[in-house]
Design a protein around this ligand. Structure first.
Ligand code: GLN
Length: 275
């Protein structure tokens, strides 16, 4: 839903379809006008509409959002769809595949994978306590809390932990790793969309060229993936070439998928070496 649709479906307490079919016949009560007035005032102060309403829609699911946690974007649905496709390709199909979601934020990726993919075993991590709390609330809202383990930790601790015990090492690896990392270059935060200034820098800031996170995980992340496993990451505009250079050894770039505006947005990589 676009911004106005979010506001109007909230005000009219109706679905998006009903907004277009029935809105002329819906009468607003006094309290609805007051709420609408407050929404527009907050919006005028540059508060993103999703923070004002306290929720957004992602993959058709209503998810809670609040300040301190990145607002899920429609572009990230392309990442989820890519992961579902990869998990369902006959040659990749596994019984209860293991999935790792790095920097889960609101939990949007992990929760929609649990909802719309086959039976999976998902670990969702984030270094933000606020994010983990919100993601767990969202998982509960959609009855998938028993299918996702949420952990407040960083990816390097997971790598260290999984590698410290060499027994059953392949059991400790993942079939698919998904990630929407911070990838906006520091100087561009808020330039194209001022609303992002209200969002946590931690979730957006990818350092001076936007590639800091990718560079930092490049060494260790392969150790967490089974051979032929997939690393599916969101990337920023103009980052496809840079990503190919960073992930040049041990990976085959399967596809770079474009977003709804035709911008290269999701990189699908396959792990082609062991360890
Ligand atoms: N797509 C977001 C933006 O451009 C960035 C999200 C991110 O850094 N992961 O605002």
């Amino acid at each position: 839903m676009n911004e106005l649709e979010l506001i109007l479906t909230d005000t009219f307490h109706c679905s998006r379809a009903n907004l277009y079919l029935n809105s002329p016949s819906i009468l607003l009560k006094d309290k609805d006008w007051k709420r609408l007035d407050k929404i527009f005032k907050d919006r005028g102060r540059q508060v993103p509409v999703q923070y004002i309403l306290g929720y957004t829609e992602f993959m058709g699911l209503r998810l809670k959002v609040r300040k301190g946690v990145l607002i899920p974007r429609p572009d990230t649905e392309i990442l989820v769809e890519a992961a579902i496709e990869k998990l369902q390709e006959p040659k990749n199909r596994k019984k209860k595949p293991k999935i790792l979601d790095i920097g889960t934020g609101s939990g949007c990726i992990a929760i929609s994978l649990a909802k719309f993919s086959q039976d999976t075993d998902i670990l969702a991590i984030d270094i933000s306590a606020q994010a983990i709390k919100l993601a767990a609330e969202n998982a509960k809202l959609h009855n998938v809390e028993s299918r996702i383990s949420f952990l407040e930790t960083d990816i390097f601790s997971v790598i260290k932990d999984r590698m410290s015990n060499v027994d059953n090492i392949s059991d400790r690896k993942f079939d698919v790793i998904v990630c929407n990392p911070p990838y906006v270059s520091t100087s561009e935060i808020g330039v194209f969309d001022r609303d992002t200034l209200s969002e946590p820098r931690l979730a957006l800031d990818g350092g001076s060229d936007g590639f800091d996170f990718y560079r930092s995980i490049n060494k260790g992340i392969g150790k967490l993936l089974k051979k032929d496993g997939f690393l599916i990451m969101e990337i920023g505009y103009n980052q496809a070439e840079g990503i190919k250079n960073i992930f040049s050894y041990g990976w085959a770039i399967e596809e770079i998928r474009k977003d709804y505006q035709g911008i290269e947005r999701v990189c699908i990589m396959k792990r082609i070496t062991n360890g």
